[in-house]
Design a binder for this molecule. Structure first.
Ligand code: SF4
Length: 452
């Protein structure tokens, strides 16, 4: 160990640290350190003959002198003469760490690991973006950009609102416990990697806004819906920070935010927290609406295993509390799944008056409004039988008789994997770095300035 301290002292003595500092890239700095040590005969043999801990200690000492060697600034390594061992500590909590100074292991240090790598223009509807996370290849994180927020026709308010679908993780955290929704391409085909940070969620928002030349030229306002890959209810602090930061940046850009949509399959803690935060004014003047993807009354666990952990009744109770706090109606998504074959070999059907009725019996038309959603079948997940008018009419009659506000939602991107349940993380690099660089740098700078 004395050897490392000696090498370091010699490096300082001969004045090489200033030379290393001037080098622009990390790779060059590392090469230079090795070269100096070899040339000056500070070490008998190659630097690679040092143990990993010895190399880390040397890096640590050099970095302390202001030469960035990409170690986490909170990482501390020292040698104890008491037990003749190296010890690795984190300054943030004073505890031992196994991170070995790597910034990518400790999620609190990860700011932005997302890089846009592909964009697919999808007919008249918009575009799908793919993002590499931490430099990894397929499957990718995805976001969707839509020219209009719904398929309502010309002359409606929606024509002037562009909408973006944003991911909150790579894959879905529910899949870690095999609790992903049966019908979801993301949950069933993208391996969960990690939750995204607030900065990464906001980066999707801002980059998509800057890259949306048409919406910018038409001065459209924007809606951000957290309903891409992942369950926002299990990444609430990051989503909250991203929303607040996004709004600050949108103000600075002079572009109007129409609203944010917090879409969850039903995580009660997050629903309570969101309601409290809106009431407390944490979101300022921004509108943050709650969407609940419930899809069933009874038998919900067979398509959404999360229901075993957070039963429907608890989710609905949380939604009443949200309403008490915010006075905002909650959208209840009810996806029409007709005789869908499930993994366990059974069939699921909610296209019936009794299935919808069992859900409505828990709801209140003052508090909840219903969205009958078309299911966009992905190739890798369960398939629904075709839904006819005759199937939907009795459901509409029921909703009318119970005085619920409702609408029918037609899925986007049926053939082109734009979104609406089709986010399977597949893409090939097709973005020319030069064309996106300006928007990417601008988005990253704005985020660094506004989201700490
Ligand atoms: S629908 Fe949402 S919550 Fe369900 S598996 Fe897919 S990403 Fe996860």
């Amino acid at each position: 160990m004395i050897l490392i301290e000696e090498i370091f002292k010699d490096l300082k003595k001969i004045g090489w640290l200033n030379e290393i500092k001037k080098l622009g890239s990390l790779k060059d700095r590392r090469i230079k350190v090795d070269e100096i040590i070899r040339k000056a005969n500070l070490l008998k043999g190659e630097i690679t003959e040092l143990t990993l801990d010895e190399q880390l200690r040397l890096d640590y000492l050099i970095q302390q002198e202001g030469v960035d060697l990409d170690l986490c600034p909170d990482y501390y390594i020292f040698f104890s003469n008491k037990n003749n061992k190296f010890h690795h500590l984190c300054h943030r909590d004073g505890q031992r760490t196994r991170c070995r100074g790597s910034k990518n292991i400790c999620s609190s240090n990860i700011k932005i690991g997302l890089i846009p790598i592909a964009k697919y223009d999808c007919s008249e509807e918009g575009a799908r973006y793919a993002w590499s996370l931490d430099g990894k290849s397929s499957p990718f994180v995805e976001s969707g950009s839509f020219k209009r927020r719904t398929k309502l026709g010309k002359g409606t308010r929606d024509e002037d609102i562009a909408a973006y679908t944003i991911s909150v993780s790579k894959g879905c955290i529910l899949s870690k416990n095999n609790a992903q929704c049966e019908f979801c391409v993301t949950g069933n085909s993208v391996l969960f990697e990690r939750l995204l940070t607030a900065q990464e969620i906001a980066l999707q928002n801002i980059f998509l806004v800057l890259d949306d030349k048409e919406a910018n030229s038409l001065n459209k306002s924007r809606e951000f819906a957290y309903m891409g890959q992942g369950e926002p209810g299990l990444n609430y602090p990051a989503v909250k920070k991203a929303i607040i930061g996004t709004d600050l940046i949108m103000k600075k850009l002079g572009i109007k935010t129409f609203r944010h949509i917090f879409a969850t399959s039903g995580i009660p803690d997050a629903i309570y927290q969101l309601g409290r935060d809106i009431k407390n004014g944490d979101y300022g003047e921004s509108e943050v609406l709650l969407h609940l993807s419930l899809h069933a009354g009874d038998k919900r666990s067979s398509i959404m295993p999360i229901n075993k952990q957070y039963p429907l009744e608890e989710v609905v109770e949380a939604s009443y509390n949200y309403y008490d706090n915010t006075r905002q109606q909650i959208s209840i998504n009810f996806m029409l799944l007709k005789n869908v074959a499930l993994k366990d070999g059974t069939k699921f059907n909610n296209v019936s008056v009794s299935a919808l009725g069992s859900l409505l019996s828990l709801l209140d038309p003052k508090v909840h409004k219903i969205v009958l959603c078309e299911f966009n079948c992905g190739p890798k997940v369960c398939r629904s039988e075709e839904i006819s008018k005759e199937d939907v009419n009795p459901l509409e009659d029921l909703l009318k008789s119970k005085k619920f506000l409702y609408k029918k939602f037609i899925a986007f991107g049926k053939d082109n994997k734009l979104a609406c349940g089709l986010l399977g993380g597949l893409a090939e690099y097709n973005l020319d770095r030069k064309t996106i660089l300006e928007s990417l740098i601008k988005a990253n700078n704005l985020i660094a300035e506004h989201i700490k």
